[in-house]
Design a protein around this ligand. Structure first.
Ligand SMILES: Cc1cc2nc3c(=O)[nH]c(=O)nc-3n(C[C@H](O)[C@H](O)[C@H](O)COP(=O)(O)OP(=O)(O)OC[C@H]3O[C@@H](n4cnc5c(N)ncnc54)[C@H](O)[C@@H]3O)c2cc1C
Length: 407
């Protein structure tokens, strides 16, 4: 039986580990935290996953929250105009629902699921020595440590990384008591030009169904306001202050909110970064990077967990297909390139959303208010961002779409 080593108990590492165990591989997974520590810890993400990513994790047996997690059934999109009112506003349904299960709820269960399947979990925050030992023990070592410091052993790919600094100051606020949207649930996505973005949607957290408020502030601007916020109460107040100033219609829904728990808050920032897929350890052994380690995008488009699921599925398929062959550098490079042939579209679209939209994109977003087909296209492309292209990057293609009759 081939043994595979995985570093990191997040979406990609656990999904790959469970898939490999089910296919009969020996798996050793290094986790920096126990299930209880993850459960008791701080929120890490808003982790909204669309239908393809949900299907891929379901294929390896991850679907424990289907009955308990509220669904996200569409996208509501607004652009705030110079007068502070919504200059653009539309909504559309997703063809298939999305879902967000707090990683504090999900990852401990998946760790236990892996152990029940016979996977070995070792509690260690892996350093170089641990990676060296793992490469001696395993046929392949995959590093799925997300934004963990160990990711820095993979060199930044300057040609594929558009930014060298954080593009948004991020804030998360998990709440109960937010008034549901009428009609159907949705990611309510508000763009405040020059200031940032605010979006909110239903999820499942440690205290039950909730709503997650996500703040994406342009660095140095008025939504970049988390410095000096030290207590959960201050964090909630700062969140409501942003709503009051920039999106008062969202404050109306949030008048009676309370934090889900004192750890249901987060603030921080990071530079979107694409890295080289392979790291060479001092001994000369090679390890392969996965998901956020090698392709880290800003959360503005809510794609990281989706990418992690798709990356895990792609790597699983490549490992199984490789049979008993050696996992050499060539195989690692090709494995990442196969994933990158998808992920590059996610990165290109996400990076574009971090800049003011060019005229043809602004025209499409505006036209969606009167064109349900455009609103539906934009909404459903979140599930597979390749569908944004070529319209997002090519004014001619956007023009043709705008000129086409609705069907
Ligand atoms: C504010 C915010 C909002 C987001 N919202 C969304 C969203 O709505 N939708 C979406 O799809 N994505 C979202 N994301 C992104 C998403 O959470 C990540 O992209 C996704 O979790 C990445 O999965 P991963 O497996 O690569 O890494 P992670 O899920 O980060 O897992 C990495 C794991 O490795 C562990 N680790 C780190 N270093 C070591 C080490 N040395 N040894 C052992 N273990 C280690 C960590 O503790 C962690 O458990 C958001 C992110 C942020 C920050």
């Amino acid at each position: 039986m081939r043994k595979i080593g995985i570093v990191g108990a997040g979406q990609s590492g656990l999904q790959l580990a469970i898939g490999l165990r089910k296919a009969g591989y020996e798996v050793v997974l290094l986790s920096a935290q126990t299930p209880q520590q993850i459960r008791d810890g701080r929120v890490t993400s808003s982790q909204c996953m669309f239908s393809t990513a949900l299907r891929l994790e379901r294929e390896v047996g991850i679907n424990q929250w289907n009955q308990t997690c509220p669904t996200v059934d569409g996208i509501e999109f607004a652009i705030v105009g110079p007068d502070g009112a919504r200059a653009v506003r539309w909504s559309a349904r997703l063809d298939s629902a999305a879902m967000s299960v707090d990683q504090r709820v999900k990852m401990p269960v998946l760790l236990e699921q892996l152990q029940e399947l016979g996977g070995e979990v070792r509690l260690v925050e892996a350093k170089l020595d641990d990676l060296e030992a793992l490469t001696r023990e395993c046929a392949l070592v995959v590093v799925a440590a997300g934004k963990g410091a160990i990711a820095n052993i993979f060199a930044r790919d300057a040609a594929r990384s558009e930014f060298d600094r954080p593009m948004r100051a991020l804030g998360l606020t998990y709440v109960h008591g937010l008034r549901p949207r009428p009609d159907h649930s949705a990611v309510c996505f508000n763009v405040i030009p020059g200031v940032g973005e605010y979006f909110v949607f239903p999820a499942l957290t440690v205290t039950g169904p909730c709503e997650i408020m996500v703040f994406e502030g342009v660095p140095g601007g008025p939504m970049d306001c988390w410095t000096g916020v030290t207590s959960p109460e201050q964090h909630l107040n700062a969140s409501l202050g942003i709503l009051s100033t920039f999106v008062p219609w969202e404050l109306e829904r949030a008048r009676n909110v309370q934090l889900t728990d004192p750890k249901g808050i987060l603030s921080g920032r990071f530079a979107p970064t694409v890295r080289r897929p392979i790291a060479r350890l001092p001994s000369g052994a090679l390890v392969l990077g996965m998901a956020d380690v090698v392709c880290l995008n800003d959360p503005i488009t809510g794609q990281g967990s989706n990418n992690a699921s798709k990356c895990a599925a792609a790597y699983l398929e490549r490992i199984l297909r490789h049979g008993h062959e050696v996992f050499d550098g060539n195989w690692m490079e090709q494995t990442f390139e196969e994933y990158w042939s998808y992920a590059r579209f996610v990165t290109q679209w996400t990076n574009a959303m971090l800049r003011p939209p060019p005229a043809h994109v602004a025209a499409l977003l505006g036209a969606a208010a009167n064109r349900p087909d455009i609103a539906s296209w934009f909404t459903n492309a979140f599930d597979d961002p390749r569908r944004f292209f070529p319209r997002f990057s090519d004014p001619q293609a956007a023009e043709e779409f705008l000129a086409s009759a609705e069907h």
